[in-house]
Design a protein around this ligand. Structure first.
Ligand SMILES: Cc1cc2nc3c(=O)[nH]c(=O)nc-3n(C[C@H](O)[C@H](O)[C@H](O)COP(=O)(O)OP(=O)(O)OC[C@H]3O[C@@H](n4cnc5c(N)ncnc54)[C@H](O)[C@@H]3O)c2cc1C
Length: 483
């Protein structure tokens, strides 16, 4: 299949290159056929005969599919979608947008909760074809923004290496890392952005920058780089030794109301704070009941066994962790392919149970009485709190070892309206209880002070960086950094 990736292979030393085929939506040939057949697609090229980027307008047959992200609830109509076939195509698309006064949204994996990678009436830069993975040496990889987490695991695990990323296979490495990025390995190796060594970025004037020689830019891209400063066309990551096996322990309990669930949540916070760094845990509550997940990639220590017993005593049923091959174990968490209709957002970044003590019963009453609503708290902490990582990145919430996520899923409009109301009630309870720190990759359009919520004291420096790379606000979405 002729893809941009295969062309890349010819230009690199094969020994170090692994190229992964485009698995999402289109091959380059299909894109070109669609553009020419429709008669509306415009091929832009800086060298004659080579298409760097294909522009799609609403009349193109592929347009509707191309504008659709992972969240089916989001329904935006850009004026133009620019599918870039290489980095020159990104520069061409940026210059085209600037010349035609179109604001730019940037799409890599398309998993933004609030659809920040699409816009109304502007230009969307689609990077799905920039999906190469190249080993620079035995521990460092260069990754295109179109690479998804499952592609990355597929490329790294045979070399017994990992980058600490998230769990869902279809999420884009670019959006995830630029907003922070956490998952099963973060408590040992840090956030995804802490392994980010370099970025290549096209700014609003079409100028290419390197993070390795522009420290402010790299600092901003480690947690605050989503769609605000320019288009990241390449990322270089440090890799880490991959564990040989992985264990998942699940503890379940049904029949819960607010008071019972709040009591269990407090116990879980105490237990989770004592987990070794090789472990991840999640408290997952909905109307059906509670699941406590604990994962580990080391052999269980006596300390962990004691904690597992404590978790078992909180539950009615449990499944104990058989050691599994890492690649197979991770696939269990890849999730559904989508698109899906949902409303998810951060439910706050906490220091501990005290942050939610005042609203836990009322909040969990709402969760347990509304089918489709889900409240989850995940462990962060461990290496994420290392001071070196803090100084090198704009991610401001390292002293908060817990991240909560509020989720809602529906199948009818009536259910959606009911869930929306309950969702807002939970968010209001959290706000009234002083929960104001949130994860930028779990955005909510209704966070009023989102600048402080996502970036804390880093925001003024991010604004200065915005003035340097995008003074005219070409790159924007509803919650992008404003100069
Ligand atoms: C099902 C699901 C599972 C998830 N699991 C996790 C998880 O385990 N851990 C975790 O930390 N997060 C997780 N997330 C959140 C995820 O990190 C964010 O949604 C992330 O921003 C998605 O990145 P993307 O490239 O797929 O999305 P996009 O929608 O393509 O982009 C997201 C944002 O990043 C910007 N952006 C994308 N590419 C670039 C680029 N190349 N240059 C500049 N800006 C860019 C976009 O403008 C947009 O603002 C999950 C989300 C979903 C929907």
């Amino acid at each position: 299949m002729p893809t941009a990736g295969i062309r890349f292979l010819r230009h690199c030393r094969p020994r170090f290159v692994q190229v992964y085929p485009v698995t999402r939506l289109y091959t380059k040939r299909e894109l070109l056929q669609d553009a020419s057949a429709a008669g509306f697609g415009l091929l832009l090229s800086s060298s004659p005969g080579v298409g760097n980027v294909t522009l799609f307008t609403p009349q193109s047959p592929s347009f509707n599919q191309l504008r659709q992200g992972f969240n089916e609830r989001i329904d935006k109509y850009p004026k133009v979608i620019a599918v870039c076939h290489n980095a020159n195509g990104v520069t061409d698309a940026v210059n085209y947008a600037a010349k035609n006064r179109l604001s730019v949204a940037i799409r890599s994996g398309g998993h933004s909760f609030e659809g920040f990678s699409c816009n109304n009436g502007g230009l969307v830069i689609n990077l799905s074809q920039l999906n190469q993975i190249e080993w620079l040496n035995s521990t460092t990889v260069r990754v295109g923004p179109g690479v998804t987490l499952s592609h990355l695991y597929d490329a790294l695990l045979p070399h017994k290496r990992i980058v600490p990323t998230g769990s869902c296979g279809g999420v884009g490495i670019a959006g995830l890392a630029l907003g922070g990025g956490y998952g099963f390995f973060s408590r040992s190796y840090g956030l995804t952005c802490d392994s980010l060594l370099d970025v290549t970025m096209v700014d609003s004037r079409g100028v290419v920058h390197r993070g390795a020689s522009e420290p402010d830019l790299l600092w901003a891209c480690r947690g605050g780089g989503n769609g605000s400063f320019g288009v990241v066309t390449e990322m270089v990551f440090k890799t880490h030794p991959a564990p040989s096996s992985f264990r998942s322990y699940r503890f379940k309990l049904g029949g819960l109301d607010g008071p019972k669930a709040a009591h269990l949540l407090e116990n879980w916070f105490t237990l989770a704070a004592e987990l070794p760094r090789s472990c991840f845990s999640a408290f997952v509550l909905n109307s059906k009941g509670l699941v406590i997940l604990i994962t580990d990639f080391e052999a269980p220590t006596p300390q962990l066994r004691r904690l597992l017993e404590r978790a078992g005593s909180m539950a009615r049923s449990s499944s104990t962790g058989r050691p599994q091959n890492l690649a197979a174990a991770l696939k269990v968490y890849y999730g559904r392919p989508g698109p899906l209709s949902f409303k998810n957002s951060s439910g706050g970044m906490y220091r501990g149970f005290d942050d939610v003590r005042g609203c836990a019963v009322a909040m969990l009453n709402l969760v347990t009485s509304h089918p489709g609503l889900m409240y989850q708290v995940n462990t962060l902490g461990g290496s994420i709190a290392d001071p070196g990582f803090g100084a090198a990145s704009c991610f401001p919430h390292r002293s908060r070892p817990f991240l909560s996520e509020l989720q809602s899923y529906w199948s009818t409009p009536a259910q959606e309206a009911n869930l929306h109301k309950a969702f807002r009630q939970v968010q209001n309870l959290l706000l009234q209880n002083g929960v104001t720190a949130h994860y930028a990759n779990y955005p909510d359009l209704e966070f009023t002070d989102w600048q402080h919520a996502y970036y804390g004291a880093s925001y003024p420096r991010l604004q200065a960086i915005k003035r340097r790379y995008d003074p005219g606000n070409l790159f924007q979405h509803e919650q992008s950094v404003r100069a």
